[in-house]
Design a protein around this ligand. Sequence first.
Ligand code: PHE
Length: 533
Amino acid sequence: MAEALQKLILDTLEAETTIKDTRSLILPGQAQPASSNEDQIVILGALNSLLSRDMIQYETHEVITHVNTVEGGQILKDGSHEARVWSVLPVKGHGEPMTPAQLKKEVGEETAKVGQGRAFKNGWINKEGAGLVKAVSEIEDTTQKDLQEIASTGTLKAGEKVLVDLRKRKLVAQKKGQWFTVQKGPQFSTSTAKPETDLTADMLASGSWKTATYKKYNFEAEGIPTSGGALHPLLKVREEIRNIFLEMGFAEMPTASFVESGFWCFDALFVPQQHPARDLQDTFYLSDPKRALPPNPEYYKRVSTVHEHGGFGSAGYRAPWSHEESSKLLLRTHTTASSAHMLYKLAARCRGEEPQDDTAEFTHGATSTTGRKGDTGKNDDGFRPAKLFSIDRVFRNETMDATHLAEFHQVEGVVADRDLTLADLIGFMRVFFSKMGIEQVRFKPAYNPYTEPSLEIFAFHPMLNRWVEVGNSGMFRPEMLEPMGFPKDVRVHGWGLSLERPTMIRYGINNIRTLVGHKVSIEGIENSPAVMF
Ligand code: PHE
């Protein structure tokens, strides 16, 4: 229909140049001109489609049209009240005249009442004794005819006087309508072929692009939102935290090895070999390959000795050393395993070895946080201060719930310098957390096998209105640092926190599964705002 109607409009324009009044069009499949409002609405659709392709131009004209009321529609169907009264009466001399009571029964009270009066006025019926009879043998029901004309044309040729009368009788009502005059547009053609919306390789190859008609650009259109990549909230928070470390002069440690040995994850940190954290319940062990390559034999000996027999002022654990435990491969349970690697490398010069390339950039230009002089020259013991950080993934064999997954991210900072004190650590953490927007922090004594003293960090959460644990920290033990080769006056302190915790607080997420895993909504990720501390 839409296609045929467009074709009709174009063909009419081709033949007659203009369409003066769209009410004169005879729509496809219809016998009468399109004079009703409904018809004009259909025509308007076709006109707009042609206009968008510049094939036509049109002007709109407002008109008042008439439509039948419910009562008018009834008359259209069954005839006027007067006609219905006339039709049930007998012809004079043919049968008994009809009594008013009978008439009421025949056509209903309303029709009998209204119809009698008008039928008398028209001279259609007569009184005969106590009853009524037909006065004429034929009538013309003009009311029904008028309503028919109005239904199909929206108006009456008979004129306004009759319309006013029909309105008064509540048989018709006025309605606003439109009709149109139509002219050819700049892109006029009688072909309704859809204009091209794209220039394709095929069109270029065949040369059809030269003769094709093209749809005009709509510069007002809003366009489809582009769907680019989006950063996960964890990555946004990671970037903010990374920037905090960088502006505090920290260098990022390499943390690519998710798989570590028991030696680096625990032994080097002076974690006893019987420590519950090393249990199958807490740590994922590799089944293939099972064993790590041995570390430097001399360092390994120093570490196993300090565990078994003590040394460097320590009594040790005095428990038999297990090489098997030490060589087990596992998924690292904390990034402190990577920190241990880096600290061991950092101490290379102190051991009289050439430092490896990847430590040079961490110590180069680093200034002592204590301002102590004499790090180079005659008495140089090889130590260089360093401030290191990492943000990466760790794995724990935990029961999963709303706040725990088997893997998460740790943020870790490590500072190595001579004569550092606990106050230095606390000072660093105050600055660090305040840069994350956490001003109120408290420290609570805690226990870590590898640090002494150790502090848990609590921050006041204004939304939760309570103190929440945000991290763990401490001064690394001499049992860990001295076997690496660090001079006695070198202190290393460190602190760690999870990346997920502050991210969940930032984004108001209370179930970790809405942040990580298969239940994450991609839309949520795409719409997550940037974080600014
Ligand atoms: N490794 C500790 C943890 O997993 C964090 C920490 C890092 C503590 C450095 C002290 C020093 O919670």
